[in-house]
Design a binder for this molecule. Sequence first.
Ligand SMILES: Cc1cc2nc3c(=O)[nH]c(=O)nc-3n(C[C@H](O)[C@H](O)[C@H](O)COP(=O)(O)OP(=O)(O)OC[C@H]3O[C@@H](n4cnc5c(N)ncnc54)[C@H](O)[C@@H]3O)c2cc1C
Length: 463
Amino acid sequence: MQSTTEMPARSLGTLPALRGSVIRPEDAGYDRARAVFYGGIDKRPAAIVRVADVADVQRVVAMARDGDHELAVRSGGHSIAGHGTTNGGVVLDLRDMAKVEIDAVACTAWVETGATALQVTKAAAEHGLVVGFGDSGSVGVGGITLGGGIGFLVRKHGLTIDSLLAAEVVTADGRHLHTDAERYPELFWAIRGGGGNFGVVTRLKFRLHELKQFTGGVLVLPATPETIAGFSAAALSAPEELTTIGNIMPAPPLPFLPADVHGRLVIFGMIAYAGDPDSAGRAIAPFRALATPIADTVAAMPYAGMYPPEDPNVHPSAIGRTMFVDSIDGPAAKTIFEYLSSSDAAMRVAQLRPLGGAAARVPADATAYAHRSRPMLVNVAAFYEGPEDRRVRAVWVDEFAKAVQPDDTGAYVGFLSDEGESRKRAAYPGATWNRLTRIKAEYDPTNLFRLNQNIPPAHSRVT
Ligand SMILES: Cc1cc2nc3c(=O)[nH]c(=O)nc-3n(C[C@H](O)[C@H](O)[C@H](O)COP(=O)(O)OP(=O)(O)OC[C@H]3O[C@@H](n4cnc5c(N)ncnc54)[C@H](O)[C@@H]3O)c2cc1C
């Protein structure tokens, strides 16, 4: 999200022999290969190494460690802070390691971390199975899982990490460790929410869940303070089979929305019901009753339909803020409506993500995602064009976030941008932070894996 001054790429010297491919600044395709999801992030790595196997990962880790090169680890490139790239360092790009192996009898999947959420979703669906990721099909399985993973099944099946059974990790010293609840249990605890701080995760093993019937789609309602508060209340009291994401934003110019609605504030409600259609209809009725829908595409459909096709050439520049709230009551809904009405950013949004259900039943100290009791995640964001506009939008986003949640009591690491130490600590409160720094000291004492929401090793911790 932030612009970066261009720096000359530093020579890496001779690269080790690799099965995968290396893309350098002089190569055709360099600009495409260095692009990450968000625009406004313009870094120039000395090399992008598209690793082909674990041995390649080990070689790149050794080269970065021994040559003291900044190392960016990239799965899907969706890091909001732009951590999937580097100025002058090396990008370890996992996208060619994307094998998905389903065991339909055991209901498990081994997934290489360069796979996208959509790839895994489609492969599991062939067996009537599912594991929840987020709201974007192109997000990398590596990044979203290591941050936690909050998506369309969060109330029914918990976070993505709540379905994680095991992982394989290349650590800073080059070992390839298999970790699960019994083997290297502290490492397994840390990678479930602690991000990419502990090594390069090459494969993840997920428990898959049966999904025989699914109802989903988009319910678009006019946004008013009343419908916003009503949406929040309905979402929090819904059965846990129903997960919703309420995007309050100007209506985009989509073909299924009438032209006179384009640009007007709407609730663009993503609706996901994991269960039979009759129960889905009953669960969704309170949302449909809030106002006459502007559009309603919610129907029985394959779960993968929640991930519509994306244009890989679109790189929006956005600035945002993430927070937890207990609910969005009348006054908070009015605040949201007023802030969104007062901005002229081409796209601006308040995103309501009710949690609870299965996500809340996991003890707070069972994984590095500690905010189990928080009922709702809210993101506010605006698109920007260029550095000057970014400054304007940043002020608005900051004020908006403070108006919705004056207490900086928590953050979801997956949605953090570069916001400084206190926001990182908000993601990892108290004991979670201390435990993470101890595990970091054990597995990455020199902080090789630092291009992330960085957790410093305990011995070098400055508090
Ligand atoms: C459009 C969009 C929608 C999103 N929606 C959701 C959502 O609904 N729910 C949600 O929970 N999050 C969501 N996110 C946040 C997203 O989960 C995080 O940004 C995540 O880190 C992206 O993962 P990635 O692999 O695509 O990104 P990358 O930029 O490739 O990786 C992000 C960071 O994760 C670490 N990492 C990635 N892969 C590995 C690996 N294999 N081993 C070690 N470290 C690794 C690295 O530190 C890297 O810098 C969204 C982000 C975007 C841009």
